[in-house]
Design a protein around this ligand. Structure first.
Ligand code: NAD
Length: 499
């Protein structure tokens, strides 16, 4: 059995806490490795190394720091297949989807190559007699990030690339479900020229997270994961005086208007609802059809597509639409919620309950499920299922459909399918959700825009990547300077006012 490590001070380091978690191959259900779960002492060691290494890294000019990112992009491309294979083996997603996971992270690394421009400060010449005023963006120091299982390459890169290019040291606490790719990324960053100790990976669970939250040296914490943990980390981190941004769960609605192209809408729902087995924070999990006739026309197209979905291990290559879910516990939770949906009166129009794959009977596969006649009081509507389960709600008109999405506690992403520009524009303006698609089912913004939800999907002020990341990972300092030739004799007792 493979024993994974931490990556501390540029070395693979064995865990010393004596605690481990199992890492599964979700396709076979086998335990393929064990990952060490760090204690406070191990975290403190990484923090001390980071604090020692960071000032010299912050003093490296931004262009040279950007060159490390440039080299890293080359290495990601070189090792793309290897990274995707390791990712699929622990997560279960298909190989093309695993490559997408790496590529969407790589795009943020590419954006970070623009750091010399992004980090330029402001300067006012002669703000007063002999006085100049300038501001600069300085690194925070030691920063940390805690990431979820569902994007083990993309989300760590969304955090560590901007943090590091801004001159910070970064400690990554990845998900204990799929820690291999984060470890590989740390090695690649050093191969790209990053000094040791600037990017470290400390594996663990709540104990390691609490060690981050209560460490006085760590200046900022980024988190992506489920909403209850996001709320805990935001509350605790802020109370400890840290800068914190936390991104939580989702229940993304797609509204289908009567004038929508039903073929397009059905195709969009199949990809956005079932891709990655529904384990995406931007997955569509609720289809809101406006009017019974729209719902009937939509389901006529959708049902055969859902029934035809191919589910299997990543080793089947392009023949598979989605793979297993991440753990047996995740599978059991999805099955429990499906049963709740049936018990509470929703109509199961595609029943994936008896799905089984020959040769992979112990894998964590879940068949595709499609519900009709879901109502807003049902648990399957209120809860994030995070599995291949799509709920259809029938709304009587546009206002009711809009109200459903607005009233839901989550506000990560949403979409509307329509041919009417007025409706699309009204939706984009009024909806209280952070990322909106118009005839686009998964509106994940590109690296040079920012990513973030509203309501219970996000806690904090600044989004991920894009210009917000450079704000999150720097502090502004403003200097007012007067050289002796401009200084008048005698003290000044009233508040300085520029003449
Ligand atoms: P999770 O909340 O279980 O775990 C996320 C991280 O928190 C992991 O590193 C885990 O080790 C740590 N953690 C777990 N329990 C903890 C505890 N009690 N105290 C402290 N830390 C703890 O989430 P997950 O299952 O890995 O990921 C799926 C969730 O992430 C979904 O809810 C999904 O919507 C969300 N997600 C959100 C976004 C977004 O940008 N909004 C993106 C991806 C995933």
């Amino acid at each position: 059995m493979q024993e994974l490590t931490h990556y501390i001070g540029g070395e693979h380091v064995k865990g010393t806490s004596g605690r481990f978690a199992d890492v599964f191959n979700p396709a076979t259900g086998e335990v393929q490795a064990k990952v060490p779960l760090a204690n406070g002492e191990e975290m403190a060691k990484a923090v001390a190394i980071a604090a020692k290494a960071q000032p010299a890294w912050a003093a490296v000019n931004p262009q040279r720091r950007a060159r490390v990112m440039m080299a890293f992009v080359g290495l990601l491309n070189r090792d793309m297949d290897k990274l995707a294979e390791a990712l699929s083996r622990e997560h279960g997603k298909t190989l093309p989807d695993a490559k997408g996971d790496v590529i969407r992270g790589l795009e943020v690394v590419e954006y970070c190559i623009g750091a010399p421009q992004m980090l330029k400060g402001d300067f006012t010449d002669s703000a007063g007699p002999g006085i100049d005023m300038y501001s600069m963006k300085q690194a925070l120091g030691v920063t940390a990030g805690i990431t979820p299982f569902n994007f083990p390459a993309m989300i760590p890169m969304w955090m560590f690339a901007p943090a590091i290019v801004c001159g910070n040291a970064f400690i990554l606490k990845p998900s204990e479900r799929d820690p291999s790719v984060p470890l590989m990324l740390a090695e690649l960053m050093e191969e790209a020229g990053l000094p040791k100790g600037i990017l470290q990976v400390v594996n663990g669970d709540k104990e390691a997270v609490d060690a981050i939250l209560y460490d006085d040296t760590i200046q900022s914490v980024g988190f992506v994961g489920s909403t209850p943990i996001a709320e805990y980390i935001y509350g605790t981190g802020c109370a400890q005086g840290k800068r914190v941004q936390c991104f939580g769960g989702a229940k993304n609605h797609m509204i289908i208007m009567p004038d929508a192209d039903m073929d397009q809408a059905a195709d969009a729902l199949v990809g956005a609802g079932y891709g990655a087995a529904g384990e995406r924070c931007m997955a569509i999990s609720v289809a809101v059809a406006v009017g019974d006739d729209t719902a009937d026309r939509l389901l006529d197209k959708l049902v055969p597509k859902v029934e035809a979905l191919k589910v299997g291990p990543y080793t089947s290559g392009n023949d598979v639409d989605y793979g297993p879910v991440v753990t047996a516990a995740a599978k059991a939770n999805i099955e429990r919620l499906v049963q709740t949906g049936i018990d509470q009166g929703a109509k199961l129009v595609v029943d994936g309950r008896n799905f089984s794959l020959q040769g992979y009977e112990d894998g964590f596969f879940v068949g595709a499920h499609l519900f009709d006649n879901v109502t807003k009081d049902m648990d399957i509507y209120k809860t994030e299922i995070f599995g291949p389960v799509l709920s259809t709600i029938r709304a009587k008109d546009y206002e009711e459909a809009l109200g459903l999405a607005m009233d839901h506690e989550y506000g990560n992403g949403t979409a509307i399918f329509t041919r009417d520009g007025d409706t699309a524009r009204d939706f984009a303006n009024r909806i209280n959700i952070g990322m909106v698609g118009i005839n686009v089912p998964i509106p994940v913004p590109l690296a040079y825009h920012t990513f973030g939800g509203w309501k219970k999907s996000m806690f904090g002020d600044l989004n991920q990547h894009g210009p917000d990341a450079f704000k999150f990972y720097t502090r502004t300092k403003t200097i007012t300077s007067r050289w002796p030739s401009g200084i008048k004799e005698g003290g000044e007792f009233s508040i300085p006012v520029m003449e």
